[in-house]
Design a protein around this ligand. Sequence first.
Ligand code: PAF
Length: 282
Amino acid sequence: MKIIDNIKELKEEIKNLKGTIGLVPTMGALHNGHLSLIKKAVSENDNVVVSVFVNPIQFGANEDLDKYPRSLENDAKLCDEQGVKIVFAPKISEMYSDEKNNLTLICPPYEVVDKLCGKSRPGHFDGVCSVVAKLFNLTKANRAYFGQKDAQQLFIVQKMVRDLNFDIEIVPCPIVRESDNLALSSRNQYLTQNDRALALNISKALFNIKKLFLQGIKDTRALVDVSLKIMEGLDVEYIEFVDKNTFNFQTEADRNTIVLIAARVPESNTRLIDNINLWDEM
Ligand code: PAF
């Protein structure tokens, strides 16, 4: 496995690869969620490239860019164990020769970004789409693997690929959870013991919604009300029901619904997201 930090070398290595290329874009601090993406990519492609890049242009001014966990050595070891061919871990200056406001960016439409995570993180999805597009171009990947935990990101990247005719297949990968159902996230490292206990109520609320839906309750207002009780003590940013095909909000849940939650835990002020779909069996 090669660890590459510059674009010139990456391009040369990519040129020499034979067969299909799978890309797993990450910001590092790899956990079992990432590993499930990497394993799937390795099983479906002749070559796998994992990018490890904490992308500054997708962070807002008051967000956790500086403290975002970084562990390249361990990440590279994990990738090597999985049979990854290339870890691409560039410096910021290698990826961006200019300030964000002086770069050519890909900006998804207002309709899909002015809601859910995009609402509290203005510019976030411009940063995500722009770096993802660069990684697609640099790696010439045939497939790219994205976790369903970031459901809005996945929807927006899929839309970008359709709208701009990228020649790449986006492969969605299921959310990976701890045994107590906490969705895996690099940001879980920030949680204090109390925070972690409270954070469990996010997945508890989601699984409870699915149970109630399967019992016949479809009114989203009623489902939100019970969920907010379960999540007392958390600062809930949103709890929304969207149609998986459009990401439009719904007032009645149905078999196309994704339920999404973003909430902050009080002690570490960590913002967590999670979601559940209402079409798979429980
Ligand atoms: O999901 C992430 O970790 C990031 O948003 C991504 C896709 C690697 C782009 O920086």
